[in-house]
Design a protein around this ligand. Sequence first.
Ligand SMILES: O=C(O)[C@H](O)C(=O)CO
Ligand SMILES: [Mg+2]
Length: 254
Amino acid sequence: MTTFSANLGFLWADLPLPDAIRAAKAAGFDAVECHWPYDTPAEHVAAALAETGLTMLGLNTLRGKAGENGLAALPDREPEARAEIDRAVDYARRIGCGSVHVMAGFAEGDQAHQTFLGNLDYACRAARPHGITILIEPLNRYDAPGYFLRTSDQAASIIAAIPHDNLALMFDCYHLQIMEGDLSRRLAAHREIIGHVQIASVPDRGTPDHGELDYRHIMAVLRDLGWERPLGAEYKPQQPTDQTLGWLPVLRSV
Ligand SMILES: O=C(O)[C@H](O)C(=O)CO
Ligand SMILES: [Mg+2]
């Protein structure tokens, strides 16, 4: 049976994070994940996770100044990028969260590529003692124009260049359908480096039960590939989240 993680960056985003965790539990999710939890003390999040029995699967590094979308590929910003990596790894460690998405930022070119490699090497070393995986995620050109990481192949070549086994691809079906399509073959080609899968409808980033992607098919592909971890529901609810969950029992029963 496919299981699902509620992305609390979008779902129940109006609630304090501990209450969002409780809401995800009450709605029947199997796990949670978030974007930027840092305004909430880690012990409050850890307590809500312990109370509900849910695991926080992932969180992101902070994006930087207003208008920025991560720092890790920005030349000459290594000290800040690495401080954010340290902050994220420490927070993840304190709440028992297994992965940290290191956000690349708006950049291009060889210097950005080299900077990203250096910062990812740093992140993998910082995360390893805590059993934490570092994730990198291609984002689509419409939501994040100018974002350094755009495709699954670019992510795969970066992962191949880093000599650590705790670096993986966040395969967000929403972004990669927009950027590349051909998702069944993309999932198979990159199976060995995929660390997490996220879902939402395309193109409107709504509930995963409509739009140009049929997630019943994607779920069958993932099952055939031996994928058993929860899929991250990272969609933007157009109504209060509790009123948008009709898709959950339907996809769960597939
Ligand atoms: O937007 C996304 O898909 C991401 O997963 C994210 O973490 C924030 O950009
Ligand atoms: Mg995503």
